[in-house]
Ligand binder design. Structure first.
Ligand code: PLP
Length: 453
């Protein structure tokens, strides 16, 4: 039934006692304009004042099958009553076992073993800790550097925050940077002036190879990358980017971690995007978010047999991968994920995304005719509208960095949530969205951009 308190009492409690992620500290005690949500159904949310909103970001890229799914809620309830918890440090549960098999079946190549965590940050953190463990067991303790990209996002633990290259997340934190090395983002829209896309691709690949050589291949453990940079503003690399980087990784025995926390579970029309959309079979894929459609927290990584076999069985040398959580593979979360997968299959969600994504992209492209819109890009049910006041700018101006926030405010009034990131309005709706709802979303976004420009 939710809280018995009224809207004003709840807001007061939040203002006086709640610290939120990305809290603007000067505004602590005012909620900084953050809305409070009360209920949701399908692709819609109602705030605690009763205002109905189309949820453009799909929660935070996670509400794949939409809000208020009875099969998932029932599975959560049934598992909570059957076995609400088991310690993964010394026991197994049926839901975790079954889910590991389902995910291994979805994953490409020989990625056949799953390690469960509590969300995306812990998934990436655990994968990176696995790389450290792996190279230490193999007797290569110097192979520690992690190469990642400017504008990438991988989480909020000590290590994953260090690997996240978005400048705004960094001030005032002491990051674990000693083994982290950043290369340029594959930002096609902001590529150096005069460079063709093909030249830009060569430039990016050369940059990676040069970094490996500068660090020394014997010192590089992993390349960590989202298939497309999501929080960085839906930056889709030029075709062939991942395959060429993987080739260099293979040459130097560097593990390739594909962070599919956003792109996994249908966002691009497939269970995972690495192979089907970006033509690579990485060594490790991390996942979270869509695995439960956001109903309960869960994450993990799936890893190749080839990599695992080098440090297990007769190659284990007595080692333990002592990394994990009280809630690794929580049975209620795994039961929710299994029910989520059943809903995907029952409602042909992957096919639906593949069918409707071209319409979504086409409608977003229509916004390109607006004077304030500099670029529109996306794939699957991921889209970004980037506002640019001066097309000659090579970087977002100070004015542009505030534009999406202003657009977002008008959108909210009009009944739409967008994810404002600096100059970019990002959309990743629930995968069940219909053409009519896409029309509604784009209409409100258009009206709001027109009001700002
Ligand atoms: N990796 C990627 C690509 C993400 O976008 C995110 C969160 O948005 C994370 C990791 C961290 O996931 P979580 O917030 O569940 O810890």
């Amino acid at each position: 039934k939710g809280s018995q308190w009224n809207a004003a009492e709840l807001e007061t409690a939040a203002h006086e006692h709640l610290i939120s992620p990305a809290e603007e500290m000067a505004k602590l005690g005012t909620s900084g304009g953050r809305p409070m949500f009360a209920s949701a159904d399908g692709v819609y949310i109602w705030d605690n004042r009763g205002h109905k909103l189309l949820d453009g970001p799909g929660g935070m890229w996670c509400t794949q099958v939409g809000y208020n799914s009875k099969p998932i809620a029932d599975a959560i309830s049934a598992q909570a009553l059957r076995l609400c918890y088991n310690s993964p440090w010394y026991s197994l549960s049926g839901p975790a076992a079954e889910l590991s098999k389902r995910i291994s079946d979805f994953a490409p190549g020989d990625l056949n073993h799953v390690f469960f965590t509590t969300g995306g940050s812990s998934a990436v953190d655990s994968a990176l800790r696995f790389v450290q463990f792996y190279n230490n067991v193999l007797g290569r303790p110097t192979k520690k550097a992690i190469i990642c990209r400017i504008d990438g996002y991988h989480g909020s633990t000590h290590l994953t925050a260090a690997c996240s290259g978005r400048a705004g997340n960094r001030p005032n934190f002491d990051l674990a940077l000693e083994n982290v090395s950043f290369i340029s983002a594959p930002n096609v829209f902001r590529r150096p002036k005069g460079m063709t896309e093909a030249q830009f691709l060569d430039h990016l690949i050369a940059g990676f190879e040069e970094r490996v050589n500068t660090l020394g291949p014997d010192n590089v453990g992993a390349f960590l990358a989202e298939p497309l940079l999501a929080s960085g503003g839906i930056l889709i690399p030029p075709k062939g980017y991942h395959a060429r980087i993987l080739e260099i990784c293979r040459k130097h025995d560097i593990l390739y971690i594909s962070d599919e926390v956003v792109t996994g579970f249908g966002r691009c029309g497939h269970w995972f995007a690495s192979e089907e959309v970006f033509d690579i079979v990485p060594d490790i894929i991390t996942f979270a978010k869509g695995v439960t459609s956001g109903y309960v927290p869960l994450g993990g990584f799936v890893i190749s047999d080839k990599v695992l076999s080098r440090v297990s069985g007769e190659n284990a040398k007595g080692s333990y991968y002592t990394n994990g959580y009280t809630y690794s593979g929580h049975p209620v979360s795994c039961a929710a994920a299994l029910a989520n997968i059943e809903v995907f299959e029952r409602d042909n969600i992957l096919e639906h995304v593949r069918d409707i994504a071209p319409y979504f992209q086409e409608k977003l492209q229509e916004l390109k005719t607006l004077p304030l819109v500099g670029d529109v890009r996306g794939t699957g049910l991921l889209g970004c509208v980037e506002c640019v006041t001066n097309p000659e700018d090579t970087e977002a101006s100070e004015f542009d960095k505030q534009v999406a926030l202003r657009v977002d405010r008008y959108c909210y009034e009009g009944g739409l949530i967008v994810r404002p990131i600096g100059s970019m309005c990002v959309l990743s709706p629930a995968l069940i969205i219909t053409k009519e709802q896409i029309d509604e979303m784009v209409r409100i976004l258009r009206d709001s951009i027109v009001k700002v420009q």
